[in-house]
Write a protein that binds this ligand. Structure first.
Ligand SMILES: Cc1cc2nc3c(=O)[nH]c(=O)nc-3n(C[C@H](O)[C@H](O)[C@H](O)COP(=O)(O)O)c2cc1C
Length: 334
């Protein structure tokens, strides 16, 4: 990493990418525990903040143990984006848990977001995107602003280098590039050559993102693009160990993967945190998708997932999972 970028890198090398719906506090805390240097919140609607929506600020709640964490906002009106940034920064300071940065979402592909000109639709309106970034930067003062983007809208309109330069010119401290277009959503595979081009064109740090599911994938992104850090989203679902695994690989150290018992006990700890945060009803339901990820590579996991989906209490969930662990362990001994 060039010296100048080392100084400007306030997020480390291996970070958690934002995930609306799944990247909640319980999940983030587990990622942090297993080595994520930096976290990003689920995306937060700037408009909802400005219209005093009651539930939205809950997405921005920061707990001391998950710092440093950036709060990600989405929207396309410079005034709303600036006002929301100012609100979020001040609320976090008042709570004694300042956010490390405001991250601007220019990558979300979902129709209900892009139809309003928000998320990855901002890649189609570079001038407006520049105004949004500038307004947010002015509102943020000392707090850094970062921008997460895709390669462009579609294969015929790849403009990530221009957009990254616009971000830099308007005061962004780093950009994160998910190496796909909006039209690709999440498949097929990423084209990381564009991350390299962005890295060569910018003086601010560049974070590479997309399809990092194993330490080798992270290693390839670093070595093929020269990026300053990598961000991981789906690869951390049910696998918070990926951060420690990548760091071990980067340092040339061995990493012992968790046993099935360790995986399931970790899943239960994550669920306990989610229940404490959101109550048993929502905590159990929202944990089902996480549990499916935690157990997906284990023997008999389809049957256990079928059972779990009908369980409503934590006690019953624990009993079911512990007897599953015992089945797994006795099958191994048999
Ligand atoms: C369920 C889900 C929710 C996501 N939510 C967000 C979000 O709120 N903000 C954002 O910038 N990207 C979001 N993303 C995109 C990821 O941050 C990431 O860019 C993308 O999944 C590629 O990285 P990966 O291959 O490591 O998953 C989301 C992805 C998934 C799968």
């Amino acid at each position: 990493m060039p010296e100048s970028n080392k100084k400007n890198n306030f997020f480390g090398k291996v970070m958690l990418a934002p995930m609306a719906g799944e990247g909640d506090y319980a999940f983030r805390a587990a990622c942090k525990k297993f080595g994520a240097d930096y976290l990003v919140s689920e995306m937060i609607s700037a408009k909802a903040i400005c219209y005093n929506d009651k539930k939205t600020p809950l997405l921005a709640k920061i707990r001391a143990e998950e710092m440093p964490i950036a709060l990600q906002i989405f929207g396309c009106e410079p005034e709303f984006m600036a006002k929301a940034s100012d609100f979020l920064i001040n609320e976090a300071i008042k709570a004694g848990t300042p956010c490390a940065a405001i991250d601007i979402n220019m990558g979300c592909p979902v129709p209900k977001v892009v139809k309003n000109g928000e998320g990855s639709a901002l890649m189609k309106t570079p001038e407006l995107a520049g105004k949004v970034i500038k307004a947010v930067k002015e509102a943020c003062g000392e707090t850094p602003v970062t921008v997460k983007m895709r390669l462009g809208w579609d294969a015929a309109n790849i403009n990530v280098v221009d957009m990254a330069k616009i971000a830099e010119e308007n005061g962004a401290s780093a950009v994160c590039v998910h190496a796909r277009t909006r039209e690709q959503f999440y498949t097929p595979g990423v084209d990381i050559s564009h991350i390299k081009t962005v890295k060569e064109a910018l003086s601010i740090p560049v974070i590479g993102n997309g399809d990092i599911f194993r330490a080798e994938d992270a290693f390839n992104v670093f070595s093929q693009t020269g990026c300053d850090a990598v961000a991981i989203a789906r690869g951390a679902l049910g696998n918070p160990y990926i951060f420690a695994q990548i760091k071990a690989a980067l340092e040339g150290k061995e990493y012992a993967p968790p046993t099935p018992r360790e995986r399931i006990e970790e899943a239960l700890r994550e669920i306990a945190v989610r229940i404490e945060d959101k109550g048993e009803y929502a905590g159990i339901r929202e944990s089902r998708v996480h549990l499916a990820h935690f157990t997906k590579s284990l023997r008999g996991s389809a049957a256990i997932r079928g059972k779990i989906n009908f369980i409503d209490s934590f006690e019953e969930l624990k009993e079911t999972l512990y007897s599953y662990i015992e089945e797994l362990e006795s099958a191994k001994l048999a």
